[in-house]
Ligand binder design. Structure first.
Ligand code: AQP
Length: 345
């Protein structure tokens, strides 16, 4: 099997404020990986328009997500930070992926079912084909590792299926064009840490999400200390004190969620957290949780506000990142055209 250079790729949608789920599920890992690996972090604006967006708000959200990346600790000099629409290879490769992926594969995608809901006939074609665009995002850079939250596992499996099928379908042409026995790597999901699926603060059975109508369901990265405190205090819990063993969280989704959040914010495990807080009432545990959440998140919110006051700087970061991403994307697009059999002029 061909050898591929290790490369990290991931992205977030500018569909509103980033929240604690995005931060703990993915971004914390991105920051860690950046220390030792080559990383590309994208603001996936093409994905955002799979549901209706107000143009002026979309522009603001793209800059805000970029500001969040930088404020949380991503370094635009080291990692490539850019917005997807500025590198045309994403849309170009997505078309080829559309022609490789099978309808049956997309029909199994649970995120589409959840997002389209009962009004499936009225959902955009883009929302349905979203996983193909995501596969193209990753394969465009022939990325080998993709740090994401648990909810993206199925889309990553589809990406691997697309890569495998492309490698098989075009095996002869891949070899003829000098790429050996495989053109695309099969990218590996990196779903790691104590909070790979952060749940809503109002309902422990629902994922924390930007699109939840209740702002009390999530902690936004832009929330100030008072708002964080209010949201944590109002978070749904049950009447029992915290258990001393992880086993005791099994049937208590809200308690399990708050313990996982605490663990992720303090770089600990749920076992450690329960060793310190087992037997506590929620009132006391929530006070401790507010302290760690504010200590971690308030500086990010402050830095985001500072960065958002200078949109020209954010645009310059995106322009620089887009130029660097284009340089990496173009050889893949050229090679895919050769492999598929297009005449390049
Ligand atoms: N609740 C979560 N827990 C852990 N990880 C999460 N992620 C999202 N929500 C959670 C991870 O964050 C990354 C970026 O996600 P996204 O912005 O592309 O979109 P999403 O997964 O659809 O996030 P939302 O908040 O639910 O957005 P809306 O409401 O617009 O659909 C991904 O790595 C994701 O796993």
């Amino acid at each position: 099997m061909a050898q591929f250079k290790e490369l990290i790729f991931s992205g977030m949608q500018p569909t509103g404020n980033l929240h604690l789920g995005n931060y703990l599920g993915a971004m914390i890992r991105w920051i860690e990986l950046q220390k030792t690996k080559d990383c590309i972090y994208c603001v996936v604006d093409l994905h955002a328009i799979t549901v209706a967006q107000e143009p002026a708000l979309l522009k603001k959200a793209i800059r805000e997500v970029t500001a969040a990346y930088i404020a949380a600790g991503l370094d635009p000099k080291k990692s490539i930070i850019f917005n997807q629409s500025q590198v045309s290879g994403h849309a170009e490769l997505a078309w080829v992926v559309n022609c490789v992926a099978r309808l049956g594969w997309l029909n199994r995608m649970t995120q589409f079912k959840e997002k389209a809901g009962k009004d499936r006939e009225n959902a955009s074609v883009g929302l349905y084909a979203y996983p193909d665009l995501m596969a193209a995002d990753i394969l465009l850079y022939r990325a080998t590792h993709v740090p994401v939250g648990e909810d993206q596992k199925q889309h990553l499996e589809l990406t691997r299926d697309v890569a495998q099928k492309f490698n098989n379908d075009f095996a002869a042409s891949i070899a003829e064009n000098g790429f050996g026995d495989a053109f695309f790597p099969l990218p590996e999901p990196l779903i790691q840490g104590p909070a790979t699926r952060v749940m809503s603060l109002r309902d422990g059975s629902k994922k924390m999400s930007k699109s939840d109508p209740s702002d009390y369901s999530r902690i936004n990265l832009t929330d100030d200390a008072d708002t964080i405190a209010q949201k944590v205090r109002k978070a749904k819990t049950d009447p029992e004190p915290l258990p001393s063993e992880v086993e005791g969280l099994k049937t208590r989704p809200e308690a399990e969620n708050l313990v996982a959040i605490y663990a992720a914010l303090t770089d600990a495990t749920a076992e450690n957290v329960l060793r310190d807080h087992g037997g506590s009432q929620f009132s006391g545990f929530k006070t401790a949780l507010v302290d760690v959440a504010v200590a971690k998140l308030a500086p990010i919110a402050d830095e985001m506000r500072r960065l958002m006051a200078d949109p020209a700087h954010i645009d310059a970061v995106l322009a620089d990142g887009s130029a660097r991403a284009r340089v990496l994307a173009q050889p893949t697009i050229d090679a895919v055209k050769d492999i598929v059999g297009f005449v390049r002029s």
